[in-house]
Design a binder for this molecule. Structure first.
Ligand SMILES: Cc1cc2nc3c(=O)[nH]c(=O)nc-3n(C[C@H](O)[C@H](O)[C@H](O)COP(=O)(O)OP(=O)(O)OC[C@H]3O[C@@H](n4cnc5c(N)ncnc54)[C@H](O)[C@@H]3O)c2cc1C
Length: 304
């Protein structure tokens, strides 16, 4: 069977694209490698998605999924490994089987960047974490470190202040990049200390994490901070390494035409965090999903 459209990835961008395509009466399928919901399911609270002043990432994504399923969305669980251009249709090679479609929307999002310091890999799952909602409760009344200075780092640190005993927040710059409203909230917390202009050098322990060594970026002076957990939020990298035949920027984000979101492969579009742009948020992912879907619909009309 040749679908009108295959959407790769079931995060906010993919589900938004699906809603628009189903309302355009396209014959579509969404292929997801793990669980529908994407990265936002990792956060306990989202407060900047219009219409929903405060709810958990999981709750928001359940609403997206219900909406799309209500329109008849079919979801297949498989990991796409390659897209081949056969002209009028594309072949998607999955881990389980192959699929064919006239158009494709890539919404594969991103995964957390690593610090790449000694101890990080060894202690992942044994004190090192990239998800506060998933792992925060394991550190109830313990001392932990949070590494990062952007929106995600400060938002997740704020959540963790309500669970853990004390947080050392390590940030390599003098100032934070996070939204001012998130910064203000964190400054009111009593159980957090900022180690600005410091970087993490190594994570140490025996069976589990016992300490983190940090270094002043100017003086190079090092100190050991005893902690049971290290939460790392230093940005994301796109999950696009399997798409080498599609043009990407120097960081692996997929390049698109700004008007249609079509990639360098005709009939293949990209939306959300895997796409090269300034603001990586649910609101932008949703808008781009809608645009990519509309462009895919027009592309099908043009070729038929
Ligand atoms: C801790 C944290 C807190 C955040 N807080 C906020 C916030 O408060 N407000 C906000 O607006 N944004 C927030 N964000 C950002 C937001 O989550 C992302 O911008 C958004 O999820 C991007 O959506 P997406 O659909 O592009 O990608 P993703 O959400 O990354 O979804 C991509 C999906 O594609 C799947 N996938 C990947 N590769 C393949 C493949 N080869 N085959 C099949 N499926 C594949 C993945 O499993 C995933 O389900 C936060 C992010 C994090 C990590």
């Amino acid at each position: 069977m040749i679908y009108d459209l295959i959407i790769i990835g079931g995060g906010p961008a993919g589900l938004s694209a699906a809603i628009y395509a189903l309302r355009a009466r396209l014959n579509i399928v969404l292929i997801e490698k793990t669980a529908v919901g994407g990265q936002i399911s990792l956060t306990d609270n989202i407060e900047n998605y219009p219409g929903f002043p405060s709810l958990s990432g999981i709750e928001l994504m359940q609403k997206f999924e219900e909406h799309a399923r209500g329109l008849g969305l079919n979801i297949i669980y498989d990991e796409i490994k390659e897209i081949a251009d056969n002209g009028e249709y594309k072949t998607l090679r999955g881990a389980n089987e192959s699929y064919q479609a006239k158009t494709v929307i890539i919404t594969v999002g991103a995964s957390p960047k690593k610090l790449n310091i000694p101890g990080e890999r060894e202690f992942t799952g044994r004190g090192v974490s990239y998800c506060a909602t998933c792992d925060g409760p394991f550190f109830k009344d313990e001392d932990i470190a949070v590494v990062g200075g952007g929106d995600a780092a400060l938002k997740e640190a704020n959540y963790l202040t309500k669970i853990v005993k004390f947080i050392t927040l390590i940030h390599r710059r003098k100032e934070f990049r996070a939204e001012k409203i998130i910064q203000e909230r964190l400054h009111n917390a009593k159980n957090i200390a900022m180690e600005l202009e410091h970087v993490a050098v190594s994570i140490n322990g025996n069976k589990t994490v016992e300490s983190i060594i940090i270094e002043n970026v100017k003086t190079k002076e090092q100190k050991t901070v005893p902690v049971k957990g290290v939460f790392i939020f230093i940005g994301i990298k796109p999950q696009t390494s399997f798409l080498k035949n599609i043009e990407q920027d120097e960081n692996g984000f997929i390049k698109t035409d700004p008007y249609t979101l079509m990639t360098s492969m005709p009939g293949v579009f990209c939306a959300g965090d895997s796409h090269s742009k300034k603001l990586l948020q649910v609101a932008t992912a949703v808008g781009e999903g809608a645009l990519a879907s509309t462009s895919a619909t027009e592309y099908i009309c043009d070729i038929c």
